[in-house]
Every structure is written in C-alpha cells, then in structure tokens.
Ligand binder design. Structure first.
Ligand code: MG
Length: 454
C-alpha cells in the first residue's frame, strides 16, 4: 500500500501534488476514520493555499458526517492544545511546517492533542486506497462549519500558567522574535508582552512569500541573528512556519541547535522546577545530552527520529521530564506532549531570569564539539546497506540501532541513517576535534563507496 503520510502528516507541492481531487479524497478518508458525529477542530498556518485547502477539507469532512469547527489561523501547538483542553474528538491542521513555501500539508490530531499514531495513519490510507468512504445520512449531516474563535488566547493563557511571570517581568528582557512571516506572529510577541518583556519582531507580517526559509537554521537565520546585537536584545527566538519549533539565538547573535538549548531547559526543569523524569529524544541529538544530564540522575531515552514517535513514547510511559528534537522542537509534558514554540520561549525566559546569566554565558558553559552534517543521494535500499556496513565497521563501539546506526565513542558520535522522506543517506557527526571528525567521516565514506561503488 502506497504511503500518504510522511514523518509528520501528508505534504506536497500546491497545487500540483495537493490538487483538489487528492485533498477532497484524503479529507473524505480522514472524516470516515473519525466516528460519525465527531467534533473536529480545523485550523491552518498562513502558507499559500491554506485557505483553499481548508475549504475543501472542511467540505469533505462535513459530507462524511463529522462536525467541523474552524479555529482560523493558529500555530499547530495552539490548535493541538485546544483539541485536548476543549474536548474535541480530533483536529486537522493545514500546514507544511518547515518545508519551502511552495509546500502545504495536512496533519491529523487525535483527541489527546497529539498527531495520530502510525497505525491510525494506515487506517486512513486503507480507506483512501480502497475507497471505503462513509457517506452520512441527509438528516445527520451538520451542513456548515462553525467558527471557533479564541484558540490562540486559550493557548497563550495555558503557556503562561506554567512559568513564573513575575520573576520574568522583573528582568525587563528584550526578546527578538522571528516567526518566518507566519502564525507564530499571532502568539509569541503577545506571550512575551504578557511576560513583562519587550518583543522586537522581525519577519512578523503574515505573508505567503516569507522573507526567509521557513526552516530555522543558522543559514536561514543569518540576518535575524545579526539584528540581535543591533537591537540590543537579551535573547532571540526563531520559529518554523507553524511555530512548533523554537531555535534560540543568544545575546551575541549565535544560533544554537535545539539539543543544546534543550539541555539547558532540562536542567532548569530539574534544578529550578524540581521536576523528575526521563528525557526523550531522537538519535539525531547530540550525546552531549547524556553527558550533561546523567550527573543529575536523568536518564536519556534514544528513539527513532520524528517528533510524533517521541510524543507517543512519552505519553505511553508517563515518566517524561521533557522531550525534544535537535531541530528546535521541545516538548514539555506538564503542558502538552507535543513540540511547542511558545512554551519553549516562555521556559527559556524563565531559565534566563532564574540563572541571572546572559544567554551567551549559559551556552558557553556547554562543551563545544566539531560538527559535520552531510547527505548523500541514494535509494533507501542502498542507504540501509550502508547502515549495515557501518554497523560492522564500528562493532566494537557502543551502538544504538533504533533508526539507522548511531555509534557512540569517547571522542565522537556518528549517526548514519536513511532519510524518512527523501532518497538520501544522512550522516551526522560530532567530535571533540576536527581531526577525529575527519578520520571518522573517512571511515563512513569508505563504507558508502564500498556499497554504492561510486
Ligand atoms: Mg513545525
């Protein structure tokens, strides 16, 4: 059966891939998956095509016999929170998250506020391909979408309830916010104001053609990070398109990957908030996490790359302190089990306020590693053979094999895995020196050449 769902929802280029016929059929399958009469909350980010897709999805859902409530424009975590807290049976978000602007997508949310599980995606795909759609009775259809305003307000209130507002307000922080011309602009600046800090917003107008790539990375944030010092800000926060990720920029304009900021946040949760639990993350995160959290008695659980799997693992175990991805997605289970850009921002400001240090000082206390991230185009089949070959090559080291192979040694770690979405092999490597990094990469590249013959 051909897969429709990728790592997080169904994505495609608008309108060639996400065309009206495909969207209507997919939404009909989603509607048929939910029980007749279910209450479904729908919302979107500001990507091109979002309004049109939302109309088609809403129509299909209604004709399949579910009730549709329209939240309007909202960050994914705001809609997810409202699904959970307002007692909806599920949700649909029209977003392609961090993908380039020509993409859009559809995410399906369960009643717990987390994206539905992999098996449930399969059920929807089965309905789609077999065309076993539900047709509702003339008398039971709801016939119209109901507006459901206020989702962003509910969300901001919830985020605020988890941090010490007065403590943050005392510090009078200036915070640079870059929402990538998307829905984070509707919530994060307001949240910062409510925390008694002053937001300085760049790329804050809603636009179908964002001024920077929707994925927050050191490259896409070059201009944003230079504004930090120009505006004399204490901190910078950059979201992806649907504002579930927060990449932190320090007061010196340095952009930090999510695993580094997550370590600081996890420490804050233990030392300041007195919370206990395990930290859940994907194998693509740095082993720095283990090195720094183990002394605090915090165990790290390594999982397959992908926030949905991390969220469900935390939800099932019930013993999580927090979860995160190195791309800036941080999950705080006391609030909700999903990545949440505004929650991450609020917690980081609370951390800054309690530490009494500058953000740059906090990050400079973390060890620096030499980082290599590379991708090699190849089929999934070849990529899996490279993984096997690397596993053999490094068999005397500690190996984690939940997703590709991660080798953890004293002076380095390296992850070799097939991409979940593209015909690529991804290699991530951190080492204590450039020399070590180069020699490890050489061993990996030799394995690649042996398999591909290139
Ligand atoms: Mg996202």
């Amino acid at each position: 059966m051909k897969r429709l769902f990728g790592t997080d929802g169904v994505r495609g280029i608008v309108p060639s891939e996400l065309n009206p016929q495909f969207i209507a059929k997919l939404a009909w399958a989603i509607g048929s998956y939910f029980k007749e009469g279910s209450r479904i909350l729908i919302g979107s980010d500001y990507r091109a095509g979002g309004e049109a897709i939302k109309s088609i999805v809403s129509g299909s859902l209604i004709l399949s016999g579910v009730k549709v409530y329209d939240a309007g424009y909202a960050p994914t975590p705001a809609l997810q929170y409202a699904v959970k807290s307002e007692g909806f049976d599920g949700g649909v978000v029209i977003t392609a998250s961090h993908n380039p602007p020509e993409y859009n997508g559809i995410k399906v949310i369960g009643p717990h506020g987390v994206e539905i599980e992999r098996e449930e995606e399969r059920v929807i795909e089965e309905i789609f391909w077999s065309e076993k759609f539900r047709v509702t009775g003339w008398r039971s259809a709801a016939w119209s979408t109901q507006k459901y305003p206020g989702v962003n307000d509910i969300y901001i209130r919830a985020v605020l309830s988890h941090v010490d507002r007065h403590l943050v307000a005392k510090r009078g922080f200036r915070v640079l916010v870059d929402p990538a011309n998307n829905v984070g602009a509707l919530t994060t600046p307001r949240l910062i104001r409510e925390l008694g800090a002053k937001p300085v917003v760049v790329n804050g107008d809603l636009s179908h053609e964002p001024a920077r790539a929707p994925e927050p990375t050191p490259e896409s944030l070059r201009e944003t990070s230079s504004a930090i010092r120009a505006f004399n800000c204490d901190l910078g926060v950059a979201h992806d398109g649907d504002a579930d990720r927060s990449i932190i920029i320090d007061d010196q304009g340095r952009v930090h990957w999510g695993d580094r900021s997550a370590v600081l946040l996890a420490r804050h949760l233990v030392l300041y908030k007195g919370l206990k639990g395990k930290v859940y993350t994907g194998v693509s995160s740095s082993t720095l996490v283990e090195d720094l959290l183990r002394p605090l008695g915090v165990e790290v659980v390594w999982l397959k790359v992908g926030s949905v799997d991390i969220a469900h693992a935390m939800r099932r175990s019930g013993d999580a302190l927090c979860g995160f991805e190195e791309n800036g997605g941080f999950m705080y289970p006391s609030h909700q089990y999903v990545r949440d850009g505004a929650m991450t921002t609020a917690l980081f400001l609370e951390l800054l306020a309690t530490s009494g240090k500058r953000a740059s000082e906090l990050f400079s206390e973390l060890p620096e590693y030499y980082v290599v991230k590379k991708k090699y185009p190849m089929s999934r089949e070849l990529a899996l053979r490279v993984v096997e070959r690397v596993r053999e090559e490094f068999k005397s080291e500690r190996l984690i094999t939940v997703d590709g192979v991660k080798v953890i040694s004293r002076d380095y770690w390296v992850l070799v895995r097939p991409s979940g979405t593209e015909p690529l092999l991804r290699v991530m490597l951190e080492a204590k020196s450039e020399e070590v990094a180069r020699s490890v990469l050489e061993r990996v590249e030799l394995a690649i050449r042996e398999v591909t013959g290139a």
